[in-house]
Design a protein around this ligand. Structure first.
Ligand code: M6R
Length: 613
């Protein structure tokens, strides 16, 4: 959701903050704002829209300041406009605050402040928190740090906040609960604060991940971290490996396209050091001590949201087929509000690219409280979910900036496949020959993805023909069913075309009523055990004049004469097919969205990291 960035040190803060906001814009892009301490005291500048609109607003203003903080907003309380944009001044303008998260009891706090004569300019929960902190600061006689701590003791909800005051141009106070915050430790006693490491990486590789209930006080070049009960904690400085190039477009028109084309490398990275086909070795270091437990488990529950949930559905097929362990895949948002049955010996696998998804985090906490062992499959190193799980495996896909998940999906599926294969081997439910064959085929996946990417121009031509379609149906069977769901999700989120994914055989139970000459149907019809059945489904569509785009296995001579368009992909074992069949669907969605003039990397209403319910 919202992006936070702040700086204090020897540099000009404004350019650091603005550049950081641009890097974080994928987290929210409804409005942007900065607070600086220039010759006129504590000044806030903010504007509806993207960071470029804020830059225009700042033109000609006095921005000299060596302390500053900024925010990109994904609106929760109040519409996206200049007034609701962050930072927010407190009532007497002694401080300004930026916030990511939701203060659930803001209405009660606001009522109490209204009774004391406060007035509010915005509709946000954030302004309420800022006024609350100032009120305590003014009336309790302590420091600003004390006031922040006392206020947060009363707050229910999730937050990452940064507070700047007019009385101290060396001080930033930050705190987190449920929303991420990273501290960058720079040179000459300078400090950076951000929602993730992307705005920090070009200045320093030394970072501290703030934990829930911790408050960071940066003052006169020193950093102190205390808990909400005022006990001091010793921060651990991590070295991040992220390179600047990984968070830049590198010549591509969009991050999404770059990330689609990165997949040969990202899939290889997610296997690196884990798969050795020639030696018949497979290992996930992060799960070494838990592998026996996984192999012995009587049930696996997989939780995730969106694309991560789709990766979980793929894993369900693979775990059940190869390791013969029953799997249930749940939306984290549903799981957390049920009273799920977790038995001893159950394993819960939480999948999340960002590692910050609020629903997935809450589902993990619930499963933990019921005694489950939790594994994480996350992309972002040091993220909240990675730290909340008992063990896990990073996907190593590299930073994913495009809001639509692409390389994160294939990396998740790769890691989950390795996990299932290792469990199957330990359990003895897979033959040595199949095990070895799958390892060899896994290693061949990056080269095969490369081959699919070479069909980009053909996919672009198909996209051109369907640019103005109003609806799409995606069909697939077996492991290709979750891929159909993922293809439909990609199309709807970036092109705003209505699209639905179904298991191919389900079409006749309802969706077939939608088929006519205006309905494009994307069918994943690769050569596997259900191929003949899928061909029958295609004929049912054609009989009703639907227009079929079929994803076919190379060398298939039957389908080209039967359907309107074919996109060939290389042959691969059916267990690994989603790693290949997802790619043309990502490209199709991408090109259609570009041709419709959509903002592919920052589609409307969405944000990359969903840290609110
Ligand atoms: O970071 P996560 O994997 O936990 O995010 C889950 C979903 O919000 C995410 O996959 C979303 O559906 C993407 N926009 C899909 O492209």
């Amino acid at each position: 959701m919202c992006g936070i960035v702040a700086y204090v040190g020897h540099r000009e803060a404004c350019p650091v903050v603005i550049k950081g906001l641009k890097r974080l814009e994928y987290r929210g892009y409804d409005s942007a704002g900065v607070a600086l301490m220039n010759g006129h005291g504590l000044k806030v500048y903010k504007k509806k829209g993207k960071v470029v609109a804020l830059e225009r607003e700042l033109e000609g203003k006095e921005t000299h300041s060596t302390i500053g903080m900024g925010h990109t907003r994904w609106a929760t309380h109040g519409e996206p406009n200049d007034v609701n944009a962050h930072p927010h001044y407190s009532f007497h303008r002694k401080l300004a605050i930026i916030h990511n998260g939701i203060i659930e009891n803001y209405a009660a706090i606001k009522q109490a402040l209204l009774k004391k004569g406060h007035t509010f300019t915005s509709e946000t929960d954030t302004e309420v928190l800022g006024q609350f902190i100032e009120d305590i600061w003014e009336n309790n006689g302590g420091t600003l740090e004390d006031a922040v701590r006392l206020a947060l003791q009363e707050v229910v909800g999730a937050y990452a906040i940064v507070v700047m005051s007019e009385t101290d141009s060396t001080q930033l106070i930050a705190a987190r609960k449920g929303s991420p915050l990273v501290i960058g430790v720079g040179e000459e006693n300078e400090f950076f604060l951000a929602s993730d490491a992307t705005p920090i990486v070009e200045y320093t590789k030394d970072v501290i991940y703030l934990n829930d209930y911790e408050i960071a006080v940066i003052k006169e070049g020193d950093l102190k971290i205390v808990n909400l009960d005022n006990t001091t904690t010793t921060p651990y400085v991590h070295k991040i490996e992220m390179e600047l190039a990984a968070i830049e477009k590198g010549g591509y028109d969009h991050f999404m396209l770059k990330e689609i084309f990165e997949q040969p490398r990202s899939i290889a990275d997610s296997m690196r050091g884990r798969v050795q086909a020639d030696a018949g070795i497979l290992q996930l270091g992060g799960l070494r001590d838990y592998m026996d437990k996984l192999a012995r488990s009587e049930r696996i529950v997989i939780i995730g949201c969106g694309t991560s949930w789709h990766a979980g559905l793929v894993a369900e097929y693979i775990f059940e087929e190869l390791a013969r362990i029953p799997v249930e895949v749940e939306y984290a948002s549903e799981f957390r509000y049920r009273n799920p049955i977790i038995k001893e010996g159950d394993i819960v696998i939480a999948i999340s690219q960002s590692g910050e998804t609020a629903d997935t985090l809450a589902a993990i906490e619930l499963a933990k409280s019921k005694g489950a062992t939790i594994f994480g499959v996350c992309n972002v190193v040091g993220s909240s979910i990675a730290r909340a799980t008992d063990a896990g495996a990073y996907t190593h896909a590299g930073p994913e900036i495009g809001v639509a998940s692409t390389k994160a999906f294939t990396a998740q599926v790769t890691v989950l496949t390795i996990m299932a294969l290792e469990a199957a081997q330990r359990k003895g439910t897979i033959s040595e020959s199949l095990f070895r064959q799958l390892l060899v085929e896994l290693e061949s996946i990056p080269a095969k993805v490369e081959m699919v990417l070479q069909a980009a121009d053909k996919i672009k031509e198909i996209a051109y023909i369907f640019t103005y379609a109003r609806n799409f149906i995606y069909l697939g069977r077996g492991l290709n069913f979750p891929v159909a769901l993922e293809g439909a999700l990609k199309l709807k989120e970036i092109s705003y075309i209505h699209a639905e994914g179904y298991p191919a055989a389900e079409m006749k139970h309802g969706p077939i009523a939608l088929i006519d000459e205006d309905m494009p149907v994307v069918v994943i019809a690769t050569k596997d055990s259900s191929y003949e059945k899928v061909v029958s489904n295609i004929q049912e569509v054609k009989a009703r004049k639907g227009r079929v785009i079929a994803i076919t296995t190379e060398g298939d001579t039957d389908l080209p004469g039967m359907v309107d368009f074919t996109i060939e992909i290389p042959k691969v074992h059916s267990m690994l097919m989603p790693l290949i069949s997802a790619i043309p669907l990502q490209l199709l969605a991408y090109y259609i969205a570009v041709m419709r003039g959509r903002n592919v990397d920052q589609p409307r209403n969405l944000a990359k990291s969903v840290t609110v319910e």
